[in-house]
Design a protein around this ligand. Structure first.
Ligand SMILES: Nc1ncnc2c1ncn2[C@@H]1O[C@H](COP(=O)(O)OP(=O)(O)OP(=O)(O)O)[C@@H](O)[C@H]1O
Ligand SMILES: [Mg+2]
Length: 248
């Protein structure tokens, strides 16, 4: 148990239709406590990979094991339960519920998992405090800046103390200063032991946040390298295109 990887994929393939597979025989292992960046061009299979690990989708072949659980074999209810208990997700566009306050948004996962309202409220307030947005607890998401919204989304993702934090382009919609806030947040969480998978187009973000970068090309692992922190090597070797208008 102690030495088992947090994430383990073996020959994992995902085909959606007759075209080339979105993921093509991916084998990779992530240890507990790692922060790993998943880099790759648009359409290379990054979100597909996260969705399989989150149990939101099933592989066409191969296996997905997270913390000893064969996620690819879970039924619908088992998969929902696994996600509630073990996975926190942050997305590019926050996915907060507009008609709930920040505090209520953050409380949702705990209430779905059956935590009492008082306990959920205490934990949510504590998280908002540690992420520096407690004074916005009573506000609606529309009143918050992008960076503040992403912090609220992070608080929600962390509510059930997930073994795994999955972030899909978490800075993709943010200005550079908010993006830097989110980057530091991920660094802090990882320092405290949180296992993180960070999907991004941004070579510098990957190199400065994660200690390891996995690059996908056409659904396959093209490269799996330990970062030296500068990002210079990767940036020089892999000039990845970024969607127009993206800041970071
Ligand atoms: N639900 C789906 N049905 C059919 N094809 C899909 C589906 N989801 C993804 N694909 C295809 O699988 C491939 C990989 O998509 P994926 O979303 O994983 O890429 P990505 O690396 O996350 O791209 P981006 O950087 O643009 O978010 C693409 O060719 C995409 O069109
Ligand atoms: Mg994607």
């Amino acid at each position: 148990m102690t030495n088992a990887p947090m994430i383990d994929l073996r020959g994992t393939t995902k085909k959606y239709d007759d075209g080339p597979p979105a993921l093509a025989g991916v084998t990779l292992s992530v240890a507990a406590g790692e922060c790993v960046a998943i880099l790759g061009h648009s359409g290379s299979g990054k979100s597909t990979l996260l969705n399989l690990i989150a149990g939101l989708d099933r592989p066409s072949s191969g296996t997905v094991t997270v913390a000893g659980t064969r996620v690819d074999q879970l039924g619908e209810a088992g998969s929902a339960k696994y996600r509630r208990a073990s996975v926190g997700m942050i997305f590019q566009f926050f996915n907060l519920l507009d008609d709930l306050t920040v505090l209520d948004n953050v409380m949702v996962p705990a209430q779905l998992a059956g935590m009492g309202k008082g306990d959920a409220k205490r934990r949510a307030a504590e998280l908002l405090g540690s992420l520096g947005i407690d004074r916005h607890a009573g506000a609606y998401p529309a009143r918050l800046s992008g960076g503040q919204r992403q912090r609220a989304a992070a608080a929600r993702a962390l509510m059930n103390k997930p073994a795994l934090l999955l972030a899909d382009e978490p800075t993709g919609a943010l200005d550079s200063s908010s993006a830097e806030d989110v980057r530091r947040l991920l660094l802090d969480l990882n320092r405290e032991g949180q296992t993180i998978l960070l999907v991004t187009h941004d070579v510098q973000l990957a190199a400065s946040t994660a200690h390891r970068t996995i690059e996908l090309v056409d659904g396959a692992v093209e490269r799996d390298v330990i970062n030296d922190g500068s990002g210079a090597g990767l940036a020089a070797r892999t000039p990845l295109a970024r969607p127009a208008g993206e800041v970071g």
